[in-house]
Design a protein around this ligand. Structure first.
Ligand code: GUN
Length: 290
């Protein structure tokens, strides 16, 4: 059996097109432009690429993009002051502070300083709490994108066994909340889980978000399962080059799973599309439109 490939790139393109239309309608009807501020501290190459792509896609969708690039030596107090300025700026509806931050800055302090109504990453404890209690918060982009792909491919998720490998605040925990909300039976597994392969083999939906290249093998997957691979790992390849692989051993999994997201081209493109969706949501709500 060869698994169906879930095309996140195509889904993200269609979502961005829909959002672009909605943003144009919002501008025409209400005369304001949603704005996203992205803060990058330091020169981490991967973060620089993400931030550049976010800025480009924000503008392409018809929104305003504000970029703040700060040296790695910026003090925590200066960064908090910048966040406060953005909280007060009426042209800014979404604020994203790119992670990771340098070690001398307390990430939890910075995330807690962002106005929850502008927290388009959904990382603030208020938004995490709203997600856990079923309230109308802003939801972290990557799990939101995974949920959209699962709903699109599987339809009703009620009653399915979902196993999430990884317990981060960014992916694993919010993913569990979203799938619980969709009536799945949810297990969160992690590196300390006993007999991880057996846990994974129970899954109708397997979400891999551990950050370990190709850790999940083909024989960990139940035949016909839907596999969502959140991993983006750069590993050495032939001739001194590198390549991107997920957390799932794709060439093995593709023979067992019913459907799988490829890396690249699966979950990755959904993250920025969902960031745009969250920014539009935050902008609408700032005017009482949602
Ligand atoms: N670094 C890697 N992924 C993310 C993300 O989704 N949001 C932020 N703010 N930083 C990240």
């Amino acid at each position: 059996m060869t698994a169906h490939l879930i095309d996140g790139k195509a889904f993200a393109t269609a979502l961005r097109e829909r959002l672009t239309g909605e943003i144009a309608s919002l501008k025409a009807a209400h005369g304001f432009t949603p704005g996203l501020a992205v803060v990058l501290v330091g020169e981490d190459p991967a973060s620089q690429v993400y931030v550049r792509n976010k800025g480009r896609e924000t503008l392409a969708a018809g929104m305003a993009s504000f970029e703040f690039k700060k040296p790695a030596e910026i003090s925590e107090a200066e960064l908090l002051a910048l966040v406060e300025t953005l909280n007060r700026d009426p042209a800014v509806h979404g604020i994203l502070v790119q992670l990771p931050l340098p070690g001398h800055i307390r990430t939890d302090r910075v995330l807690a300083a962002i106005d929850p109504a502008k927290d388009v990453d959904g990382f603030h404890v208020i938004n995490a709490g709203l997600l856990a209690t079923g309230g109308p918060g802003l939801v972290p982009c990557t799990p939101l994108g995974c949920q959209m792909l699962l709903r699109d491919y599987l339809g009703d998720l009620s009653g399915l066994e979902a196993v999430i490998v990884g317990r981060s605040n960014i992916v694993g925990k919010p993913m569990a909340q979203l799938l619980l909300g969709d009536n799945c039976t949810v297990t969160i597994a992690h590196s300390k889980s006993r007999d991880l392969p057996a846990i994974c083999r129970r899954a109708d939906i397997l979400v891999a978000a551990v950050g370990r290249p190709e850790m999940i093998r083909g024989d960990w997957i139940k035949p016909g399962a839907t596999v969502i691979d959140v991993g983006i790992n750069r590993i050495p390849a032939a001739e001194g080059k590198t390549k991107l692989v997920g957390d799932v051993a794709f060439s093995e999994a593709v023979d067992v799973a019913g459907a799988i997201t490829p890396v690249p081209g699966g979950v990755g493109p959904m993250t920025i599309a969902c960031l745009l969706a969250n920014t539009l949501t935050a902008a609408r709500r700032s005017r009482g439109l949602d």
